[in-house]
Design a protein around this ligand. Structure first.
Ligand SMILES: [Fe+2]
Ligand SMILES: [Fe+2]
Length: 133
């Protein structure tokens, strides 16, 4: 699977774009780890932790931003964030025992789900911001 180009996900909100870029960078690293001929659990665990920490940080910053601009679908968006955090926690809990298999699911999860979230749900508040600020 090719690396994601973060420019495809730009929302024209610099602070959110910077966060998304960082998330995409971690995802691309995870992708590279999965593609190594020999799976390195230590590298994988470190990136998984980074992904979890940064996702939490980003979601709270993003929720604060949506509150600031008065985005009407904030509650709904929060539910989406919670679902992603739950899925990440499950993957993180299984990481040390299932190794390479979890790395594969995580790659899919981040590439597909996070990508869809940013270009779908996040794009909605960006549209609102443009129209209302
Ligand atoms: Fe986001
Ligand atoms: Fe979001």
């Amino acid at each position: 699977m090719p690396a994601i180009d973060p420019r495809l996900l730009y929302l024209s909100i610099p602070e959110m774009d910077a966060d998304h870029e960082r998330l995409v960078a971690i995802t691309n690293k995870i992708s590279a780890i999965v593609e190594q001929p020999e799976f390195r659990q230590k590298d994988f665990s470190a990136e998984l932790r980074a992904l979890k920490d940064y996702t939490l940080k980003h979601f709270s910053a993003e929720e604060a931003y949506m509150a600031k601009i008065g985005f009407p679908k904030l509650a709904e968006h929060k539910v989406q964030h919670e679902k992603i955090i739950e899925a990440l926690a499950t993957l993180a809990a299984e990481g040390p025992t299932k190794g390479a298999r979890i790395a594969l699911s995580l790659r899919l999860f981040t590439q597909v789900w996070l990508f869809e979230h940013i270009s779908g749900h996040d794009a909605e508040y960006a549209k609102f911001a443009k129209a209302n600020t």
